[in-house]
Design a protein around this ligand. Structure first.
Ligand SMILES: C[S@@+](CC[C@H](N)C(=O)[O-])C[C@H]1O[C@@H](n2cnc3c(N)ncnc32)[C@H](O)[C@@H]1O
Length: 232
């Protein structure tokens, strides 16, 4: 029987089914580790380093959403944070585990869809996302915001790095309705300051800015936006 929509989650699952199956795509994406992809290098985001250096982030519990091969999780663990890092791709979680072993850091890597996570409310001081949110479909923003709110303690921080609109790396500017009409996120959606502010309006805005182009010791690409918010 086709799914009968009676709850919001039924509708979300129905809309999910119109779009690309993410696990298959991302496992294929990570099957060649030698590809020239900026985030394949094992260095942290420039904004993440900045949050720690300027003292906004202080060691505590972190939930990383869509952690990929683990570069930011590894950096945080080295700085004394307790990290739960989640990604739905088994390929990338295996890679992250290998990297963490080489770097001799202890991280709880979890191969799971972020929307199926189970944790106690208010467990985390920080939720971090680099490059996952822009691959999330418009209807799932609702689940995403609920997830971040549930994960964070009051006063906890949520920080995000995502495609700026029409950047050289991606950042489609199609409307939400076009996503469903064309059944595609066109490689990832672009977010400017105004959209990020509107989506995360329930949080206190700390900073929204363009990512700073950086040298190779950190990952900084001007085609990305970074934002940090605090749970009220
Ligand atoms: C562009 S990559 C970024 C990886 C990593 N954060 C980094 O910057 O190195 C986006 C990641 O999000 C993951 N992802 C996308 N949707 C997800 C979901 N619903 N649940 C868990 N992971 C997801 C993908 O598997 C992929 O590894």
């Amino acid at each position: 029987m086709r799914r009968l929509v009676t709850e919001p989650e039924d509708l979300y699952l129905l809309l999910d089914s119109l779009l690309r199956e993410p696990k298959l795509f991302w496992n294929g994406f990570y099957s060649d580790r030698k590809k020239d992809i900026p985030f394949f290098s094992n260095v942290p985001d420039e904004n993440l380093v900045d949050y720690i250096d300027c003292g906004i982030f202080k060691p505590g519990r972190v939930l990383e959403l869509g952690c990929g091969p683990g570069r930011n999780a590894i950096y945080l663990a080295k700085k004394g944070y307790v990290v739960d890092a989640v990604d739905l791709s088994r390929e990338t979680i295996n890679w992250a585990i290998e990297r963490a072993k080489i770097e001799q850091v202890d991280i709880n890597f979890n191969c799971q869809n972020i929307f199926e996570l189970n944790f106690q409310e208010g467990s985390y001081d920080i939720v971090y996302d680099s490059g996952c949110f822009h691959h999330i479909a418009p209807h799932r923003r609702i689940s995403y915001i609920q997830l971040v709110k549930k994960a964070l303690k009051t006063g906890g921080y949520f920080a995000i790095t995502c495609f700026a609109p029409n950047s050289e790396y991606g950042g489609s500017t199609i409307s939400d309705i076009e996503v469903y009409r064309t059944q595609s996120l066109k490689g990832g959606l672009g977010y400017d300051e105004e959209k990020l502010r509107a989506i995360f309006k329930d949080f206190e805005e700390i900073e929204i800015r363009q990512m700073k182009e950086s040298d190779q010791s950190v990952l900084g690409l001007a085609g990305f936006m970074t934002a940090i918010f605090q749970k009220r």
